[in-house]
Design a protein around this ligand. Structure first.
Ligand code: GCB
Length: 594
């Protein structure tokens, strides 16, 4: 019977997916071919390139990239005469037709690739929002859920010397059971929003590694390397030439080896973001990376960087492209956004509300900016749905897999403003222990809500606090909660002896809109919020960080007010055109004193 089912399955689904390999670490350090540029695209709101008229998945979908063979052939699509979209890039800001679009767009790119013997080839996507089905030469090679983390599929056996066609069905329809769910306060930018590339590796290659300081130590480097391929037993040497380090280990039958050695390293910090070249040299492969070393821990209500207390003076950032709008994706975008954060006097950024593109993290490493990185477990989520949990867990794992070697990243956050319940607590506790199993060194946090125990006392006692290293808390005193002066009377209490980062506060102002400090939407009102907030924040004894909402205006479908919002959340300290609002200078002045 079982055999029969298997045979049936093979007959019904002839496109058995190629075996998949986990994320390849550090694609920068490898031989790659970019597939960025114009891709042919078909907008498919009814998904007729995927389903037949009985709503069954079709064997003959657009992924076949079919062409009429004779003049009688009926084929109702043609990639090659269809419009193009640039990759990387969201589709919404590339075509007026697609500005509010939520649905499927098919992408196609043709390429040649004369593969050399004894090499393997992978196709790598920086991100696709939200669901991607990927096909090469008409065969399905994999699918991926989650709009902000990278994934790769092996195509060694399918790739041809010439005439390959890579087809991706990208669907950004929101779903109640997805992560994030239906309701967010940001634009649902769809598409192949980050770079796409081919990665060539040797037959057996360095698949992944962790090279970081051991938790609690500033001299001991501890981690592991993992090979993938046939020749799993190898000698692997980790070298840090500048520090005179060369340490050789032998990988086991799974291609795995732990790495542990003492090193006299100049530590990474915002004042001195020292980065070393690290070389991982196996017998069959070699990868180079740029890694900084620093320790991060908490003690009572303090956050210690390299053993010394630090105050995280920062700002939240959405992945909204500076000046042009749309999803940010490039190194230049990252430099502009982080450059503004630096100008503000920040040593810290909260990258909200999902993992940002890798350039942000790499540039933060170079510029000496500490990073809080999070997954889009935002507002309401189906806490009791096992598939939703699996999805969130997978996104968390992919975020950590990509960025675990970056010194800048000090906090992983698992949730934003989630409503209290037992199911939610179980869900988030399980995410936290998963993160800790993947990475023992970073601090865990979440942006929580708080409540009033009387008119003037704010209490942080969310039961989640027990499982976090750093408490995150969002509050909008002066905007959603009373007027700016309300902050003057507030006292803050916490059930936990832990550091607090005020992970959001702020209010909207349209740049250039002036009035008195009591008038909503004016720069003066926003300025007044910041003045009262800063006075309040200075009095919170366990406060160890701030990341007000937000560096720049960003698009949100929840913000329609004409002539003020026009579908922009205006809480930016900088407008969407790059103009600094008055509140920017208020915060800058405080940060300069710190
Ligand atoms: C919040 C959310 C953030 C929103 C912000 C707002 O609490 O965490 O995503 O954009 O408030 O502007 O209301």
């Amino acid at each position: 019977m079982k055999l029969l089912i298997l045979i049936l399955l093979l007959v019904v689904c002839p496109t058995v997916q190629a075996q998949q390999i986990g994320l390849i670490a550090n694609t920068d350090g490898r031989k790659t071919v970019s597939l960025n540029g114009q891709w042919q695209t078909i907008i498919d709101p009814y998904e007729s390139g995927y389903y037949n008229y009985r709503y069954q998945p079709s064997d003959n979908g657009y992924f076949k990239n079919a062409k009429p063979k004779s003049k009688t052939d009926l084929i109702e699509y043609d990639f090659d005469s269809s419009a193009t979209l640039n990759v990387p890039g969201d589709w919404n800001t590339q075509s007026d037709q697609l500005f509010f679009y939520e649905g499927t767009v098919w992408y196609k790119k043709s390429f040649d690739y004369p593969r050399k013997p004894d090499t393997r080839l992978f196709v790598y996507f920086g991100a696709a929002n939200y669901f991607a089905d990927v096909y090469l030469n008409g065969e399905k090679i994999g699918q991926h859920e989650g709009g902000f983390t990278p994934f790769n599929f092996e195509i060694t056996k399918l790739v041809r010397d010439t005439g390959n066609f890579l087809v991706v069905k990208v669907d950004n329809k929101r779903r109640l059971d997805a992560v994030p769910t239906l309701m967010t306060d940001w634009w649902n930018y769809g598409g192949l929003t980050r770079e796409v590339k081919l990665i060539e590796t040797p037959a057996t290659f360095v698949h992944d590694y962790l090279i970081q300081l051991q938790k609690g130590s500033r001299q001991r480097v501890s981690g592991w390397v993992k090979l993938a391929g046939e020749k799993l037993n190898q000698r692997v040497t980790v070298r840090i030439p500048e520090a005179g380090i060369s340490k050789t280990v032998n990988t086991d039958d799974r291609g795995f080896a732990e790495v542990d050695f003492n090193a006299d390293l100049k530590l990474w910090s915002p004042e001195s973001p020292k980065i070393y070249e690290v070389i991982i040299e196996a017998e069959t492969d070699q990868v180079r990376d740029q890694i900084g070393f620093r320790s991060i821990e908490t003690k009572g209500t303090d956050i210690l960087l390299n053993g010394r207390p630090i105050f995280l003076h920062g700002v939240c950032i959405h992945e909204e492209a500076p000046l042009r709008g749309g999803r940010a994706y490039s190194r230049e975008d990252a430099r502009t956004l982080l450059g503004w954060a630096k100008e503000l006097g920040a040593n810290f950024v909260r990258l909200a509300h999902y993992p940002h593109n890798e350039f942000m993290i790499r540039e933060a490493d170079r510029m000496g900016i500490l990073v809080w990185s999070e997954i889009p477990v935002y507002w309401t989520i189906q806490w009791e749905n096992a598939a939703t949990f699996e999805n969130a867990r997978n996104q968390l794992g992919e975020m950590i897999a990509r960025d675990k070697n970056r010194a800048a990243v000090v906090i992983w956050s698992v949730a934003n403003e989630t409503p209290l319940s037992d199911a939610r607590l179980t869900f988030l506790k399980n995410l936290i222990s998963h993160a800790r199993s993947l990475d023992t060194t970073r601090l865990m946090s979440a942006a929580m809500e708080r409540h009033y125990i009387n008119d003037t006392t704010q209490m942080i006692d969310d039961p989640l606090g027990e499982y976090l290293d750093v408490l995150g808390c969002n509050e909008y005193v002066g905007w959603y909660d009373g007027l700016p002066e309300k902050a003057d009377r507030l006292e803050w209490r916490s059930k936990y002896q832990k550091p607090l980062v005020m992970s959001e506060f702020g209010g909207d102002a349209l740049y250039g809109h002036h009035g008195d400090a009591g008038a909503r939407w004016t720069e003066e009102y926003q300025e007044s919020i910041y003045q009262h907030q800063i006075a309040m924040l200075k009095k919170i004894p366990f406060l160890r960080g701030t990341s007000p909402w937000i560096l720049t205006d960003f698009r949100s479908p929840r913000r329609p007010l004409p002539n003020i919002q026009d579908y922009w959340n205006r809480k930016g300290l900088i407008s969407n055109r790059g103009e600094k609002k008055k509140a920017f200078y208020v915060l800058q002045q405080w940060y300069k004193q710190l």
